[in-house]
Design a protein around this ligand. Structure first.
Ligand SMILES: [Zn+2]
Length: 466
């Protein structure tokens, strides 16, 4: 049996409180990687212990098997429990025992017809909708099927209490976001092909070596072709890497995942596989090479590397500027607001800005403006210029962001770094580490300082030496 963490118990207490005050269909929000299944198992245990029946609905097979294991370990009476994939259950509705409680996993999908069929068949059951992201990309929101929401602790709180690892976030802009087009709730693969720069394959390896060398990393790719190219680039650089996608045979996929778990593989690239559930405990770095317009996917991607370990700081490398759509993973999000279908929402709230995000022109670290201490980058310590532009991130439900000057400036800088060897050499140095006049000049160019600054600094340094 799992010993519940304090915040897991708190969520369970809140659920029962909501039920006691008369709610029957409750959204339960709990961030990724915080043991949602254990919470469901504990509620199922308590329910079956009283002789009541439980139904558990899920939409991916891999996750179902893990959930059954967890329920058994938690001591749920499996004779009183029906667990299955939504497609299976919806076909067998007439044969199903009537549950007193229905648990829906990944419930941001729960407005789909297959779910509604099941829910409508048992109108008297209590329903708990579990999800990390109670928001849909379409018009209707979960208030159509729920009458209350219980929210878990914020990601900032969970990090502060060592339940999630802290992270450094880098936004690298290898994408032209104006080319992205949506279809079926996310960007179309065609538009992603056009939007992503072809230079990305080389950049991914370079930036991995600059920011996360040696760390085990999962790469999220938008196509099988790109996943294969990225894997090749890593191998050419002498880094062990493999690629898995929907076409990979299950036996081979399991073997590669096991190799990664055993730390015999450093890089694992995937296409739409490592989203919900799949357990990869030792990921220390996430590389996003795939844009998404789904907040659920964004948080599943970026938070994949946040399993905590003593002394660990996870590295999130965002080549496609997903942060422009969603802010950083630990943005405080108003979930009670998010579950309300738009036409009912107050206009004032839905146009509210998220917290300002700033970026370091030196390491491309991406952080909240309030993390800046003494005008220095909280990631590399480099002094930030006063004119550093803010990225304004709007609320999760408003997904159209206009690229601003800061993005363009960064793109130009990345180009310069890549085309100029001296500049590349000074890019990860501080002023104190510069020696030659050329280095000072490259540094001045990189940070938009005047040429006079380079002369002054260089001469000053010579004086000090003598
Ligand atoms: Zn920095």
């Amino acid at each position: 049996m799992f010993k519940l963490r304090s915040y897991q118990q708190e969520t369970i207490d809140k659920v029962y409180q909501s039920m006691r005050s008369g709610h029957r269909r409750i959204v339960v929000q709990q961030p990724p990687r915080t043991g949602k299944t254990v919470i469901m198992a504990e509620i199922a245990r308590k329910t079956t212990a009283k002789g009541n029946r439980v139904m558990f609905i899920i939409h991916r097979k891999e996750v179902l098997e893990q959930a059954i294991e967890t329920f058994k370990l938690q001591g749920v009476d499996m004779n009183l429990t029906t667990m299955g994939m939504v497609q299976t259950l919806t076909r067998r509705i007439n044969q199903l025992d009537k549950p007193q409680l229905i648990l829906v996993d990944e419930a941001h999908h729960a407005l789909a017809k297959s779910y509604l069929n099941i829910l409508d068949a048992f109108p008297n059951a209590y329903v708990l909708y579990f999800t990390a992201t109670p928001i849909r990309t379409g018009h209707d929101q979960l208030d159509k099927i729920a009458d209350d929401i219980v929210t878990g602790k914020s990601i900032k709180w969970l990090t502060g209490h060592h339940f999630l690892a802290p992270f450094h976030y880098y936004g690298l802009g290898d994408i032209d976001r104006s080319k992205l087009r949506k279809s079926n709730g996310d960007y179309s693969s065609e538009s992603m092909d056009q939007a992503i720069s072809h230079e990305i394959y080389g950049h991914i390896v370079e930036q991995y070596q600059r920011l996360a060398k040696g760390k085990q990393a999962v790469v999220y790719c938008h196509s099988i072709e790109s996943a294969k190219k990225i894997t090749q680039q890593f191998e050419q650089a002498g880094i062990t890497a493999a690629e898995v996608d929907g076409n990979t045979e299950v036996a081979l996929r399991d073997e590669l995942v096991q190799k990664f778990r055993d730390q015999k593989l450093t890089i694992l690239a995937n296409v739409n596989l490592f989203t919900e559930g799949v357990d990869l405990p030792n990921v220390d770095c996430v590389i996003m090479a795939r844009p998404t317009s789904s907040l659920a996917l964004y948080l599943q991607f970026s938070m994949r590397c946040l399993n905590p370990r003593k002394g660990k700081t996870a590295i999130i490398i965002d080549h496609v500027d997903n942060f422009l759509t969603f802010g950083l993973p630990n943005n405080d999000r108003n979930w009670s607001e998010a579950i309300v279908t738009k036409d009912k929402r107050k206009a004032k709230l839905s146009t509210e800005n998220g917290p300002a995000i700033a970026q370091c022109n030196y390491c491309f670290g991406t952080f909240y403006r309030d993390q800046i201490v003494d005008d220095c980058c909280p990631l590399c310590g480099h002094e930030l210029k006063k004119k550093t532009k803010d990225y304004k991130i709007v609320n999760v439900d408003l997904q159209e962001i206009k690229e601003n000057q800061a993005v363009n400036h960064r793109k130009a800088m990345i180009q310069k770094i890549l085309s100029d060897q001296v500049m590349a050499n000074v890019a990860d140095k501080s002023v104190g580490q510069l020696h030659t006049l050329k280095e000072f000049q490259a540094y001045a160019k990189l940070h938009s300082y005047s040429p006079g600054w380079a002369w002054y600094q260089f001469n000053n340094r010579r004086k000090k030496k003598w």
